[in-house]
Design a protein around this ligand. Sequence first.
Ligand SMILES: Nc1ncnc2c1ncn2[C@@H]1O[C@H](COP(=O)(O)OP(=O)(O)OP(=O)(O)O)[C@@H](O)[C@H]1O
Length: 494
Amino acid sequence: MFDQTNELVRSFCRVAREVQDPVNHNLRLRITGAREESNRQYALPTGSDIAGLIPGDFSAEEDGRDIIINHREEGLQRINCLNPKLHALQFPILFPYGEDDFHLGIKYNPVHASLNSKRKNAHINVEICHKGRLIKYLFKYVTKQRARDEIKQYLDCRVLSSFETVWRLFEFPIHERTPAVVCLPVHLKDQQSVTYNPDTGLQSVLEDPEKAKTMLTEYFTLNRVDPEARSIPYADIPSHYTFHLRPKHWARRKQGNVIGRIVFIPPGTTDVYFLRLLLTKISGATSFEDLMTVDGYLCKDYEDACLRRGFLSDDDESQATIGEVGQWGMPTLLRSMFVLLLLHSEVADPRKLFEDNWKLLADDLCYQTRRALDLQYFQPPPEFLRSEVLKHIETLLHAHSKELANYNLPLPVRDSDELLGNRLVCEHLNYDLCMQQRTADEIFATLNREQIEAYHNIMESVNSGVGRFYFLYGHGGTGKTYLYNTIVAKLRSQ
Ligand SMILES: Nc1ncnc2c1ncn2[C@@H]1O[C@H](COP(=O)(O)OP(=O)(O)OP(=O)(O)O)[C@@H](O)[C@H]1O
C-alpha cells in the first residue's frame, strides 16, 4: 500500500533503485517543505508535547527525533525533526499517505492499513530511514507514557497510545449503541430550524421546498399517503420507516433495529410542549391543524386541544415527565422540573405527585449528607431525606414568590439534624451493607456446631421480634466474640 499511496515511500524506492545503478552514484534525494500552508492540527510540535512519539531512551546521546539517512557518498545525512515530513517517515503506519502530521479529516484506508500490518510491509520505510530504534520504541512506549496531564493530552489528541493505534487500524469498534436512536424534532408550524448557506440569499432559502420539510412535516405527509403508518405514533415511526434526505421523505424500513425518541421539551406553558404531548398520544395526524382538531372543532392552540382531549385532567403526564427525566436527569434538574410543573402545569394533586416521586428527587441528598457528615456508608433515615427535598423545593418556590402551602405540600422539619439522631450512633451506623453481608456469610460458614445452634436461636428471637435475653458463656477463647461478630454482621447487613 505504501508503495502506491505514500509519495515519500515512492520517492525513496525510486532513489533506492537508481542508486543500484553505478551511473547514478551521486544521486541525492532532498525533501523540502514546499507547502505554503499546512492543514496540520498542531504546527511545529515540541518534544514535550508529544511525549509518546519521542523515540529512544531519553539518554544523553539521544539525537532528538531527527531521521538519519546513511548516504553512500556523503555519509550520514540528517532530516531535521522540524521537517513536516518527519512524522510520515517515522510513523508510516500512522501516516500511510505521507501526511505531514495529524489533522482533522486525515485520509485513512483501514483495509489497506490492516492488510499492510499483516504483511509487515510497514518496515520498509524504517529500514530506509535507518531508524531501527523506532521499532523498539513503538512497543516500549506502552510502558513509558509519561503524560503530565493525561486527560488534557488525550483530549488534545496529543497522546495516541499504541493500544489505540492498533485498535483503530484493525477497526475494532470504538463505541457501540444498540439499538440506534433517531432523534425526532418537534416544532410549531413553519418554525422549524433551517440550515442554509449565507451566500445563497434568503429568498432562495424560502423558495426551496426541501427546506420546509422536516421529519415531523414528512410524518404528516406519510400519514396522508400510507394507511399503515396511521396506527404508528410519531415516536415509533423510525422503527418502521427510515428517513431519507434527498428528497426528504419517510420510506418503509427494510432492515435494522432502530428506535425513535422525540426531543425533550421542558414542561411549561409553551405551545410546543403541548404539541409534543399530542404527538406522544395521538397516531395518524396528517397536519398541524389535524392535531389541533378535536371532534371536528379546531382548538385555538395545542394546550386547548390537550385539555379537550382530557390529557391534562389528571397528573399522568406530570408523573410520566418526572419518570422520563428521572432516567437521565440529575436530581437538581428533577427538583427544578417538579417546581416548574407546579408553577405552570396545573398539577391536580401536588401532594400525591410529591409523595410518589420524592425519592427520585432526593437521589443526590443521601450522598451529600454522607459528605457533610464525613461518613461514607451512613444511610440517612428516609424522613430526613424527605424533609431535605422539601427544603430544596421550598427554596425554588420562593424564587417565584410561592410557598409549599400554596400547593398543599407538607412542611419540612426545620431542625432536620434531629432526624439524623445522635452523631455517635451515626458513626456506628457507618458501615458498608454489602461488606457486612459478605463478612457474615464468610464467618457463618466457619461456625462450629454449638455456635450455629446459638446463632439460630438468637437470630430467630431477633427476626420474630420476641426480644429474648441471651447469656453466652464459655471458657476463654471458645469463640463467644466470634459468634457475636457473626450475628452483628448479619444484622447490620439487613
Ligand atoms: N468457628 C471458628 N472458626 C475459626 N476460628 C474461630 C472460631 N471460633 C473462634 N475462633 C477463633 O478463636 C479465637 C478465640 O475466639 P474468641 O475471641 O471469639 O473467643 P472468646 O470466647 O470471645 O474469648 P474470651 O472469652 O477470652 O474473650 C479467635 O482467634 C477466633 O478467631
